[in-house]
Design a protein around this ligand. Structure first.
Ligand code: ADE
Length: 270
């Protein structure tokens, strides 16, 4: 998969040359190309911004450099998606990261200054925001998108970095994890994790994921689709958190359903 970034600050992308993304580029799983759209400014002084029509504070990115930079991109074999990073975009979440793995090339346009000429929006397929706050530019947001998408591409994470049960997979937060020692400063690892009983461990982990999501992210919990095996776990959790009964209509239909195991490979994506 190729990521092409249109930016006037290509040096900001140094963090992508470290760790897992560095390895992914070296092994050819992903390619990252940085295009400085200042090189496409038609004026002698290579201006990329100008004062806003109608007056007001600040400078606005001009359309010509970005249009010319996009039109200069080499044709892609397969599907390309052009994305504008902006605080006005659709909120970036794990399901969007999964959907973006379906493309062969993502072109990420980083805005800067106080904004950009509205006509730039006509170039893009999608506008993405990484959160309800305003950054100084789209560069950090583009890096967040690249990192979250790249790690879902087969072969980018090693076996030990598996992502299937990560936080936000299936819209659930991850269960608590422990490693040795079994007791540290009086804090003990839950005995079930030392039992070697894998089916019970899976159930415990699922229950803790449900618990965490309910307690920490009720907004995610509200949007969950439960599985048949969750029924019993949810009923146990309601005993602990009576206020959870508010959501019972979301799982009570599962009572009589036969169990169906979801295979490890069944994840969102292409
Ligand atoms: N540019 C400035 N703020 C941003 C945000 N929150 N998300 C994406 N791009 C941005």
């Amino acid at each position: 998969m190729k990521f092409t970034v249109l930016t006037i600050f290509p040096e900001m992308f140094a963090p992508l040359q470290e760790s897992i993304l560095k390895r992914a580029q070296n092994t050819g799983r992903i390619k990252i190309e940085l295009v400085n759209f200042r090189d496409f400014a038609p004026s002698k002084h290579k201006n990329v911004d100008d004062i806003p029509y109608g007056g007001g504070e600040g400078m606005v990115l001009k359309p010509e450099p970005i249009f010319r930079a996009v039109r200069s991109l080499a044709p892609v074999e397969g599907k390309r998606r052009i994305i504008l990073l902006s605080p006005q975009g659709k909120l970036f979440r794990q399901d969007i990261a999964s959907q973006l793995t379906c493309y062969d090339e993502l072109v990420l346009i980083c805005g800067h200054y106080e904004g950009f000429d509205e006509r730039i929006r006509s170039l893009v397929d999608e506008e993405i925001s990484i959160g309800d706050y305003v950054l100084t530019g789209g560069e950090l947001a583009a890096m967040v998108v690249i990192d979250a998408v790249a790690r879902l591409i087969p072969g980018v994470l090693g076996k030990t970095e598996s992502f299937i049960y990560d936080s936000h997979n299936e819209g659930l937060l991850e269960y608590p994890q422990y490693t040795r020692p079994a007791e540290f400063e009086g804090m003990k690892v839950p005995p079930i994790l030392l039992s070697g009983h894998h089916a019970n461990i899976d159930l415990w982990r699922r229950k803790e994921s449900l618990r965490r999501t309910f307690l920490r992210r009720p907004d995610l919990f509200e949007r969950l689709t439960f599985k048949a095996e969750d029924y019993q776990l949810l009923e146990e959790l309601v005993e602990e958190y009576p206020e959870m009964a508010l959501y019972r209509k979301k799982w009570e239909h599962l009572k009589a359903k036969p169990k169906r195991r979801r295979s490890r490979g069944e994840i969102d994506g292409c």
